[in-house]
Design a binder for this molecule. Structure first.
Ligand code: 2F8
Ligand code: CA
Length: 158
């Protein structure tokens, strides 16, 4: 069975759980790991191997019972940056220009824009957010046209 490396909080929680719960969590984790999902801090992540538009990527995640990734804090941003792949995430301002919202309707609080972004480059309508190629930088989000084809990142809570 594939073992998942649970974070410290989860390990502490597990101590108080009964054995069945522990086994169940490990089984869920093993199931997703076998399908290529990565585990980090209570969530599973799926990185696509083909490219799609932002909307098609979003639909794909929904079909997998997940959402386009929602980045809540620096640790999660760091985990995603280390994957070193240009990928759509679940952030857009397509409803109201300049008002960035996650796909679960929550407003953007923490943000990790690359220097100069978001910029609607060359007057283009860049309403969707992609992890860009500047993996050396903590801040590496870029706004890009939603019709562009990119890999994408789904996230599912455990
Ligand atoms: O220089 C930043 C700029 O780089 C690209 O345009 C040349 C990006 N375009 C795409 O990813 C399609 C811009 O979004 C980005 O701001
Ligand atoms: Ca841009």
């Amino acid at each position: 069975m594939v073992k998942c490396h649970f974070d410290k909080v989860l390990i502490l929680k597990k101590k108080t759980n009964n054995k069945n719960e522990k086994t169940k969590k490990q089984e869920i984790c093993s199931h997703y790991a076998q399908q290529g999902w990565l585990y980090f801090n209570g969530s599973f992540y799926y990185i696509s191997s083909i490219t799609k538009s932002w909307q098609d990527s979003r639909d794909d995640c929904l079909q997998r019972g997940a959402v386009l990734a929602i980045i809540s804090n620096t640790e999660e941003q760091e985990f995603i940056r280390l994957q070193q792949k240009v990928m759509w995430i679940g952030l857009t301002d397509r409803e109201t220009e300049g008002v960035w919202k996650w796909v679960d309707e929550t407003p953007m609080t923490a943000s990790f824009w690359y220097s100069g972004e978001p910029n609607n480059f060359n007057g283009r309508n860049e309403d969707c957010v992609v992890i860009n190629h500047n993996y050396d930088y903590e801040n590496n989000w870029n706004d890009a046209a939603c019709e562009n084809l990119n890999f994408w990142l789904c996230e599912k809570d455990m």
